[in-house]
Design a protein around this ligand. Sequence first.
Ligand SMILES: Nc1ncnc2c1ncn2[C@@H]1O[C@H](COP(=O)(O)OP(=O)(O)OP(=O)(O)O)[C@@H](O)[C@H]1O
Ligand SMILES: [Mg+2]
Length: 224
Amino acid sequence: MDKIVEISGLSKAYTQGHEQILVLENLDFSISKGEFISIVGPSGSGKSTFLNIIGLLDDVYSGEIKLFGKRLEDLDEAEKAVLRLRNIGFVFQFDSLLPEFTVLENIEMPARVLGGSVPGSGLDLLKRFGLEVIAHKFPMEISGGEKQRAAMLRALRNTPALLIADEPTGNLDRHNSGIILDDLKRAAAAGTAVLMVTHNEEAARRADRMLRMAGGRLEKLGAV
Ligand SMILES: Nc1ncnc2c1ncn2[C@@H]1O[C@H](COP(=O)(O)OP(=O)(O)OP(=O)(O)O)[C@@H](O)[C@H]1O
Ligand SMILES: [Mg+2]
């Protein structure tokens, strides 16, 4: 199987005053192409910290991380920036659409930033996910569930090899959570590795593999 992320011995500490707080401790992890993994765990256990490191939003840690077979320590900032834009989609827990742009413009943003010709189009993506009716609306004119889905399509715009989603169903009702999970499943079926953090066990069970963050490590939760 093609490994998208391989991590060994990852540790991360935050400094608070004079104290060092160890959040991740000697953690191992891997995810393959097309795999859908969910992570649960108590608030403050380090889930977002972990996602931010994999998503190249935080580079203060120790241990080895390989993304798409490349060791992160061998890459410079520019190479990492390109890797992030081309290969990683990130869905944040809280609404992150730019309010002054339409849904379609928001979704096109990652392709624009890359410049040149990125295959596909935001409109096709909206159609594929049955959302073309909101293409020309502004974020303030759509529902919370639609915002989350639009943010997810934006993360999928450049057909990333890895989609990272931090609580994508937080604040959504059961119906809308179900729709988001269907979307994530569909992205995984198309070959994207999907890594999702959630507090919702029912949502977590929809993944191929379910892990729990505890004591700074990821442990396996029974077969799902
Ligand atoms: N920038 C920071 N500086 C210092 N401590 C931090 C920082 N960010 C997070 N922490 C601490 O690290 C720990 C892990 O935080 P993290 O945000 O990763 O938790 P989480 O598992 O995502 O929690 P939640 O489920 O509430 O989102 C917490 O104790 C938090 O207070
Ligand atoms: Mg978090």
